[in-house]
Design a protein around this ligand. Structure first.
Ligand code: GLN
Ligand code: ZN
Length: 758
């Protein structure tokens, strides 16, 4: 008998019931008791569904009121001092305080969960006196058993991963912290054991990153301690998102199961299993169904893979699993009614993946013939998409092959372009500009809705957008900004806007995934060859330019950002998708230039989000990401100024790549990097135009002139004044109009002071 299992199921609900419940509770519309009841209902529905589908080992405690890392911290009473928590079960007010901030205390930091778009709350260890506050995994196990008779598998963030993702301690204190946490984990585990729990899943995704000797030793301590303390419970040591580097150490641990990712870590993990074998005393959690992608699996290919594994691990020790938690995919494709059949039939969201797991387990146990019909149907669906016109745009494929075979370089080096651009634009020293968007007021959003609902004609809507542009061009001139923008009023979202205008994209109705807390995103799907179908931004930009004598920057989202914020096809390499996007966007760049727009910004805030977890793969990724940017921008004239913008994350270790993008000017978020960015510029002298954001746009506070002057002076200690620009940290679309105008006035005043000084 081959079992099937899941590592975690999406919390949000097919209709985002979970999100709605959280937000109703926060706004006071739902009482606490009713809130608990509502979440319990959602939780049990999800368990019931997995059972009905036929999943063998069903996870519990994967559900959360916000985030599973925060849950782990709360279970151990690791709550920052500023929330005045003492002991016992953490009240919801404190729990949500840590996640979202209160009027007296700032929220804990939030950061990316490995290389996904899920964000977790970073536990703060400093000052914490950890103790078990409540055994949540046990409660979840009991609930599933009592309410549904389900023998659940509690899922817990493992100690090494938890520690590594926490902050507020020095590396030298790692062992001391492990000593403090380990007995608490043991207490939780022993209680699970005495309850009769069969499997516990410890998530240790940290094992796919590079571990030092000390970490391997810690891992051995942790799992030997667990095995000693609770010998009667089966431990599944679960890894995901990549292959594990320390295979022999890991399979030597005294646990009963090892979970490996055979999708995103396929080649590495398969090679290790073949080379070193798999221990006879353990079950292999074979993560063969992609927990992060949205495509149907080729059941035939997966069965072949399982057969390969089966040669090394007997069926009774094989568990067919998703490669990671299904948290990262939407709930179900069933309700999508607007997608073309070829696409819809090839999708597998969480619920469809449950079906796939069950089918695979069945076939692995009883042979292929047991699922003959499903096998044929699945291959048919995949073939239909593969052969669809949208995936076979010969002209795109040919052109992309041709342009990407060549080096993507501007015709002149930066130094020469700089002269040509200075001659053309005659900009003052320290030119001022903004990042692109201006406030998207309620009026703007409402106008868009009226137009989308058909209540406003396209002409009326376009007229409204033009009025917004007029207002903000006038304001920018009056404030005294040097390089203007049209304001992006016609855009909801920087990826969706372009996706809707390019061929090869599709948009779901319900394809939401959790990004952080109650925030969900609905990424576009890049399912076909990407093709440019006509100018996307020329009209508004040209209109804005016609209203002013100052230069107006064209504004595009870059290929890597569009790719990293979408679900992408998995039949061609990401690199190819990036080049297709680059080639399409290049046509927009050229169209803008032909329309007389002489400065064009190509935003790439999400470059880092695609960075591979494996250090040895990072350079190659950065190289083709840089190339995609250059493909997008390299054909313009010398005097045409290419800008880019980056934000959201740390850049201090990728300045070489940023420089290699060869943008004439970059504007970059600075405030959240806590000076690290400036530090790294001290070591690497950046040789192109650069604006370090002089104020944080994430708060409605109007920054003072001196504050910005301080920022400017500090940056000018390390950067060449001739190359320095002055701008905010990021786009202003989430800000109010008044505070925006006031902040920009101060920014221009700070610039005037800087100009007088230098
Ligand atoms: N041009 C975009 C804007 O200003 C950039 C957004 C971003 O960096 N996330 O809104
Ligand atoms: Zn930004």
């Amino acid at each position: 008998m081959v079992k099937s299992s899941v590592l975690g199921y999406p919390r949000i609900g097919a209709d985002r019931e979970w999100k709605k419940a959280l937000e109703a509770f926060w706004s006071g519309k739902l009482e606490e008791d009713a809130f608990h009841e509502r979440l319990r209902g959602i939780r049990l529905d999800h368990l019931r569904k997995q059972r009905e589908k036929g999943i063998g080992i069903i996870p519990v405690n994967d559900f959360s009121y916000y985030d599973h890392v925060l849950d782990t911290a709360a279970m151990f009473g690791i709550i920052p001092k500023r929330f005045a928590y003492e002991d016992g079960p953490v009240p919801l007010s404190v729990y949500y305080g840590v996640a979202r901030g209160t009027k007296d205390a700032a929220a804990s930091e939030m950061t990316k969960w490995f290389n996904t778009n899920y964000h977790y709350i970073v536990p703060e260890l400093d000052g914490a006196a950890p103790a078990v506050t409540e055994n949540k995994p046990l409660a979840a196990y009991r609930e599933a058993k009592e309410a549904l008779g389900i023998e659940g598998k509690p899922v817990i963030v493992g100690p090494l991963t938890f520690l590594k993702l926490s902050k507020g301690y020095r590396p030298a204190e790692t062992d001391a912290w492990l000593d403090r946490l380990l007995p608490l984990y043991v207490q939780i585990l022993k209680e699970l054991e005495s309850e009769g729990v069969q499997w516990v899943q410890f998530d240790e995704p940290i094992l796919v990153t590079k571990l030092g000797e000390d970490d391997v030793r810690r891992l051995q301590t942790v799992y030997a301690t667990f095995a000693d303390a609770a010998p009667n419970v089966n431990l599944m040591l679960q890894t995901y998102f990549e292959s594990i580097g320390n295979y022999e150490d890991v399979v030597g641990l005294p646990v009963q199961g090892i979970g490996l990712d055979f999708v995103h870590g396929l080649s590495g993990n398969l090679a290790s299993v073949k080379k070193f074998g798999f221990p006879e005393d353990k079950a292999l959690g074979a993560g063969v169904i992609d927990g992060r992608g949205i495509w149907k699996a080729s059941l035939g290919d997966k069965l072949a893979l399982l057969d390969e594994l089966n040669e090394l691990v007997p069926a009774e020790r094989l568990i067919v699993q998703s490669s990671c938690s299904l948290l990262h995919v939407p709930v179900t494709a069933k309700n999508e009614s607007k997608l073309q059949a070829e696409l819809k039939d090839a999708l597998a969201f969480a619920d469809e993946k449950l079906d796939e797991l069950v089918l695979l387990a069945k076939a692995a146990a009883s042979g292929k013939s047991a699922i003959q019909a499903e096998l044929a149907a699945c291959e048919r669906a995949l073939q239909a998409l593969k052969q669809s016109d949208d995936r076979n745009r010969a002209n795109v494929q040919l052109a992309v092959a041709e342009v990407s075979a060549k080096d993507a370089v501007r015709s002149k080096p930066f130094a020469e372009r700089y002269v040509a651009q200075q001659n053309k634009w005659n900009l003052p020293i320290f030119p001022t500009t903004t990042i692109g968007s201006f406030p998207q007021s309620a009026d703007v959003r409402k106008a868009r809705q009226l137009w989308r609902k058909g209540e406003w004609s396209i002409d009326r809507y376009a007229g409204f957008i033009r009025d917004q542009i007029d207002t903000w061009i006038n304001l920018q001139e009056e404030i005294g900004i040097d390089v203007l923008v049209h304001g992006e009023f016609e855009r909801t979202d920087m990826v969706e806007f372009f996706g809707e205008k390019l061929a090869g994209f599709a948009f779901t109705q319900y394809g939401w995934v959790q990004s952080y807390g109650s925030r969900c995103v609905k990424p576009p799907i890049i399912y076909g060859d990407v093709a440019f179908e006509g100018a996307m931004t020329v009209e508004e930009t040209k209109y804005a330019q016609s209203k002013t004598g100052k230069p107006v920057k064209g504004m595009l989202t870059g290929p890597i950002t569009i790719m990293n914020w979408s679900f992408v096809r998995d039949d061609i390499p990401r690199e190819q998708i990036a080049y297709q996007l680059a080639y399409a966007l290049r046509q927009e760049v050229e169209a803008l230039e032909a329309a007389g727009i002489g400065m064009i910004q190509v935003d790439e805030p999400a470059v880092r989000e695609g960075l591979p977890l494996k250090e040895e793969e990072q350079a190659a990724y950065l190289a083709w990401a840089v190339k995609a940017f250059r493909l997008t921008t390299c054909t313009v004239q010398d005097a045409t100024q290419i800008h880019t913008h980056m934000c959201y994350c740390e850049f201090h270790d990728m300045i070489d790549s940023i420089e290699a993008m060869d943008a004439d000017v970059i504007s970059i978020e600075t405030s959240r990097s806590h000076g690290e960015l400036i530090h790294s510029f001290e070591e690497n002298t950046y040789k192109l135009g650069i604006g370090l954001g002089v104020y944080d746009i994430h708060s409605p506070r109007v920054p003072g002139v001196e504050e910005m002057t301080g920022m400017i002076d500090r940056a000018l200690r390390v950067l060449d004044p001739k190359l320095f620009w002055i701008n905010p940290d990021c786009g202003l679309k989430t800000r109010g109009a008044e505070e925006t105008v006031a902040s920009l006035r101060n920014m221009v005043e700070a610039t005037r002071i800087a100009r007088a000084k230098h």
